[in-house]
Ligand binder design. Structure first.
Ligand code: MTE
Length: 323
């Protein structure tokens, strides 16, 4: 880990290797231009941009303005590396699912918000995006399997969605659920897995500023293999907590049991906060392999975001909050 030269908080990563905003703006102008060309209609066939816009009407909103409080001190993972090495068990229990994931149908896509809320609501993903404060953040991602990446996510804070949902005072947890549809997700034919993929957070975690609802990456709508059109990013927790392709968010008074807790309760817990000193039952968590360089670097407590989140767990350090 490079030292912090400009006195940033440990979780504020310097944006050295990332795309500067001017480039993003140029790309936005370019895309707008391409859209105009495509709409002339004399070129024959759909351009890549208009094909993307046809399936994902939010495409024209990108890139979102970067929030400079969240930047990187290590190289950003190149998009082609990130988008070809994914965990998305709905499409297979290996890393090369990017092709299979293209079967995911992302429109229409609705999100149900229910449970202990003022009024349950179901809304389309584009209506939701239109209501939320959109931004880009550069985040680390540490998988429980001891590899890591750095990604420019686009989206909105989970806390703004919690505010929108108006949870009742009895709500103590948030439960997230992924779609179930075997016809597009062949992995869901593997009946020994407890579909749907489920994850959970405490209300305090969900209201923490770092918890981020992701709709895009690399300055455009999420590629399907990243968990389009809506996923979580929780950079202080192991990656399996960052649930993909969410269709339902429920506010509850009991801790939801997550997919991996169901699969292997002795190895995967509810909290799964990153801690280099607490090993997985089958391997060390002391270091991680940076995916694009192959370099091994020491793993940081809370993946380097302790200043932001350690307070959530004060007095709980000897409890099961590390796996
Ligand atoms: N969400 C769903 N629905 N299904 C999954 O298999 N895998 C998790 C998480 N979210 C998973 C999921 C795991 S183990 C990790 S490490 C990250 O997604 C991987 O995200 P990435 O493919 O964007 O790197």
């Amino acid at each position: 880990m490079a030292p912090n030269i400009i006195c940033r908080k440990s979780w504020e990563l310097a944006g050295l290797q990332t795309t500067p905003e001017s480039a993003f703006l140029n790309r936005r102008q370019l895309i707008a231009g391409m859209g105009a060309i495509a709409s002339i209609g004399s070129l024959g066939g759909l351009s890549a941009t208009s094909a993307m816009a046809a399936e994902d009407p939010s495409a024209g909103l990108y890139p979102f303005k970067r929030n400079e409080a969240f930047v990187l001190d290590r190289d950003m993972t190149p998009e082609d590396v990130n988008s070809t090495y994914n965990n998305f068990y709905e499409f297979g229990s290996h890393k090369q699912i990017s092709k299979a994931a293209q079967k995911l149908r992302i429109r229409p896509w609705t999100l149900m918000i229910d449970g202990l809320v003022d009024k349950p609501v179901e809304l389309g993903i584009d209506d939701l995006i239109a209501k939320m404060p959109l931004e880009e953040r550069l985040y680390r991602h540490r998988c429980v399997e001891a590899w890591s990446m750095t990604i420019p996510w686009s989206g909105f804070s989970l806390k703004s969605l919690v505010e929108f949902a108006k949870p009742l005072s009895g709500a103590k947890y948030v439960r997230f659920e992924t779609f179930v549809d075997k016809s597009m997700a062949s992995g869901q034919g593997q009946s020994w897995y407890p579909w749907p993929y489920v994850e959970g957070l405490t209300m305090a975690e969900a209201r923490n500023d770092l918890a981020f609802m992701v709709t895009g990456a690399y300055g455009k709508p999420l590629a399907k293999q990243f968990g389009s059109p809506l996923r979580l990013a929780l950079p202080w927790k192991y990656g399996f907590k960052s649930i993909k392709s969410i269709v339902k968010i429920s506010f509850t008074d009991t801790a939801p049991k997550s997919f991996w807790q169901e699969v292997s309760p002795g190895e995967y817990g509810f909290y799964a906060n990153v801690n280099p000193k607490v090993n997985h039952k089958r391997w060390s968590q002391a270091s991680e392999r940076v995916l694009h360089s192959g370099e091994r670097v020491p793993t940081l407590l809370f993946n380097g975001y302790g200043e932001q989140v350690a307070g959530l767990y004060k007095g709980m350090e000897d409890q099961k909050i590390w796996y």
